[in-house]
Design a binder for this molecule. Sequence first.
Ligand code: 13P
Length: 247
Amino acid sequence: MGNWKMNHTIEEAIDFCEKVKEEGLVRTGKSRGVLLGVAPSFLSLQQVKRHSHGLIVAAQDCHYEDHGAYTSSVSIPMLEEVGVNWSIIGHSERRTYDNETSFVCNRKIKALVEHNFHVVYCVGETLKEYEAGLTKDIVKEQILTGLMNVTKDTISKVVIAYEPVWSIGTGKNASVEIAEDICRYIRSLIEGMFGKVAAGKILILYGGSVKPNNIREYISQEDVDGALVGGASLKSDSFKELLVNCL
Ligand code: 13P
């Protein structure tokens, strides 16, 4: 899944979708069991959905209330109205710039699954936490709090993305050993909360400086099921290379 963050005007986003369609990337992916998605800005969602041709289209965030006095926020029914039923939650940039806590993420995740949405829940430690050896403690808190009171029935709607903050946009990607170790740990936490079956089925993505030349190493790991990609997902050529290198 490409997370476009604050990139691409509507026009650029449509252009990307048309190129993906011309190249038949969604069909190629599906034939090999690879799902492809993008998370555009709120403003582009409606048009990207119209031109998605099978691409998963996710919001980058949403509010937990259906409506109300929350200036600048976008609600789940607003996303539903434009045909979107996926949302990223808890991205580290929202945790950092908007003080989003795992508790707030939990409210959003519960609201989303009640609306039958799919969620990509992001977790990951900062550089300081990594250097202090706190990665697993941080990830544990984010998972336990973020998924509190999510039911065994609805956990199937949740995808987890492990994104070490120090690897996002820095080119300092986590080693495949670190990615696998933490993704495996996340799966064990899911097993503790929701049981073996749910843990076996849940999709866990790695994110942080994933590029066409390193994606294969990550997804070859047993507990890494896919990737959440920022910079390298913006151009359709690079997006295509990401896919091709997964096949
Ligand atoms: P980069 O791939 O640009 O490092 O961004 C990762 C990310 O934050 C995806 O959500």
